[in-house]
Structures are given as C-alpha cells and as structure tokens.
Design a binder for this molecule. Structure first.
Ligand code: COD
Length: 298
C-alpha cells in the first residue's frame, strides 16, 4: 500500500512508461514537471501548442525540448480537443493541462465526438500527504462537480474508492463529510451523507466502508470521535473524505496547501483516461506527483 507521494512515483515506475499529451504546453512549470517525469522513465510526452511559445517556455524552465514530441496548434481550446482525441485514438495514455482554462479541457474531455466519456461521472480527487503523517488521505471533489446531487455524490464516492484500490488501500474507510455528524433536515448534506452510507450498506457503492454524516474533526481525529462518543468504523480514521460541494472541497484543498503545508497529487478520474489539471499556483512537487498519479491510473 502506498503511504507517501513518493510511493506513487515508485508505483508509476512499476507500470512502465506512459505517453502524456500536454495541451497548450507553453507553460514552463508544466514542462519542468513533464521533463522530470520523462527523466524518471515514467513518461513519454507529446507537447501540443504554439511552437514558439513552447520553445520559450522550455528555455525559461531549462528543459531540453529534443526529448519531447511537438505538435503545432496555436489555439488553446483546439489544442485541448486535439490532445483528448489523441488519447481517445489510443495514441496517448493521459491528458495534461497546460496554459488553457480548466473548463476548456473538461469540455474537450466531455465532448460527444472524440471526447473521453465512459457513461460514468467524471470527478476530481486529490491524494494528500500531510507533514508528520505516515499515510495518505484522499478527498473529492474540490474542482469539477459544482453542486453534486445524491446520485452524483455516490459516483464521486465510488470513483474515489476505485482509485484507493489502485493505490493498494483494499477496503478504504470513507467519511461523507457534513458540518455535523447528526441528521438535520435544514442541512441537506447530512441527509445525502446518511443516504450514501445506506447505499454502501446495500451494495450500491462497493469496495469501501462508508459512513456519514461525519464532521471533519470526527472523521480524521480519533480523539474528537471519542469525545463525541461516535461509534463508527470510519470515525477518526477516514482514508477518504467526500465533500458536500465544490466550495467546501476547494476551500479544504487550499487550506491544506496554503495553511497546513500539505502536498498532493490530483487527477480527474472516471473518464476513458486520467486527466491531470495542474494549476499555475500548484507547487512543482504537486505537479510532478499529479503526473505520477495520472500515470498510475492510466
Ligand atoms: N461527468 C460526466 N459527464 C458530465 C459531467 C461530469 N462530471 N459534467 C457534465 N457532464 C456532461 C453532461 O451530462 C452533459 O452531457 C455535458 O457534459 C455538458 O454538461 P454541462 O452543460 O453541465 O457541462 P458544461 O460543459 O457547462 O460544464 C462542465 C464543467 C465540468 C466544465 C463544469 O461543471 C465546471 O465548470 N466545473 C467546475 C470547473 C472549475 O472551474 N474548476 C476549477 C476549480 S479550481
């Protein structure tokens, strides 16, 4: 079982070299992370974008562009569609976002022609390593599904469990997060959380131990769960946290990174291939680990 983001890189090495297509690749930080993945032997790369811009970005990053295949496409949304098409044709294994908006990449992935739809819900998840902790925690969804319905939350939960399995967590403990751990009909997230727990109990979600509603404190702190007297196989030791909506998920993500020194690997899962949506403000380490996670899941 993986216990650190470094372990994810080791797992990627065991999977062999995968082809990553970077869309709108004229981004020095993404090129640097991509180059590191090539150097580690976990990736080959196809860089799509404005060739002059890619060369300038490579110069800025100190990256030798000769190790990378180049495809000219000046328009970023078109670059996203072409990259997604290469993956859907089996010429590449995963899509990596460069200097193009997240929504343009997601729209290309969701495209009816040449997209990567599978009939499943696509969701974003992050695998976090926190200072002083000897295990990883997965959470979802802080970047794609804006206000998921009950059924969508169930799919987000299943996607996260499936990723946990690939990372060697055989029966992950999943907390469905709300503001409180009791049902309150004025707080719809608590009702959804209870329904999802029941869905898991009845086999509608498989492969994990699911419980909720749990508040964040009693999901991750055994002491808090004990003080509050919560009897639950998940409370205090959740491996996966499912957030009620994008606002909670995104604020949680940024709190861990900017206020608690967390580092993470993130990916969109559920499509025909993983999609890595690095943001310009992500650290270099986080970009590289996200590539490694995408490679493991491809
Ligand atoms: N999984 C599978 N299919 C989906 C999903 C999904 N998560 N979302 C939409 N679809 C399908 C719909 O069923 C429909 O057939 C088609 O795609 C278009 O649906 P719309 O019109 O609801 O979708 P869009 O294209 O307007 O928006 C989809 C986005 C993913 C772009 C949108 O949900 C979005 O903007 N999400 C937030 C992205 C973001 O800004 N993240 C930044 C956070 S850092």
């Amino acid at each position: 079982m993986v216990r650190s983001l470094r372990d994810i890189v080791e797992l990627a090495k065991a999977r062999g070299t995968k082809t990553c297509v970077v869309v709108a690749a004229e981004d020095p930080e993404v090129l640097l992370a991509m180059d590191e993945a090539v150097t580690h032997g976990i990736a080959r790369s196809i860089l799509i974008g404005n060739l002059r811009g890619i060369e300038e970005a490579a110069d800025t990053a100190g990256v030798d562009i000769s190790k990378h295949e180049l495809v000219e496409e000046d328009d970023p949304p078109t670059a996203a569609r072409r990259g997604v098409q290469l993956v859907s044709e089996g010429k590449a294994n995963l899509v990596v976002k460069g200097l193009v908006s997240t929504s343009n990449v997601l729209k290309a992935v969701l495209g009816k022609d040449g997209g990567l739809r599978t009939g499943r819900l696509l969701s974003h998840l992050s695998v976090f390593e926190m200072p002083g902790s000897d295990r990883l925690v997965i959470f979802s969804d802080g970047a794609m599904n804006i206000s998921p319905s009950l059924e969508e939350k169930a799919e987000i939960t299943q996607n996260a469990i499936d990723v946990a399995h690939v990372l060697g967590m055989t029966n992950p403990r999943v907390a469905i997060i709300a503001a409180i751990e009791y049902l309150n009909s004025d707080m719809p997230a608590t009702i959804d959380a209870a329904c999802i727990s029941k869905m898991a109990e009845r086999g509608q979600i498989k492969g994990g131990i699911v419980d909720g509603p749990l508040a964040l404190d009693n999901a991750i702190s055994p002491e808090s769960a004990r003080i509050k007297g919560i009897r639950s196989p998940v409370a205090g030791r959740a491996d996966i946290l499912i957030m009620p909506d994008i606002e909670a998920g995104n604020v949680f993500y940024k709190t861990l990174v900017y206020m608690a020194d967390g580092c993470c690997a993130s990916v969109v899962t559920g499509a025909g291939a993983p999609v890595v949506l690095t943001s310009r403000s992500d650290s270099h380490a986080s970009k590289f680990y996200s590539l490694a996670l995408g490679i493991v899941l491809s």
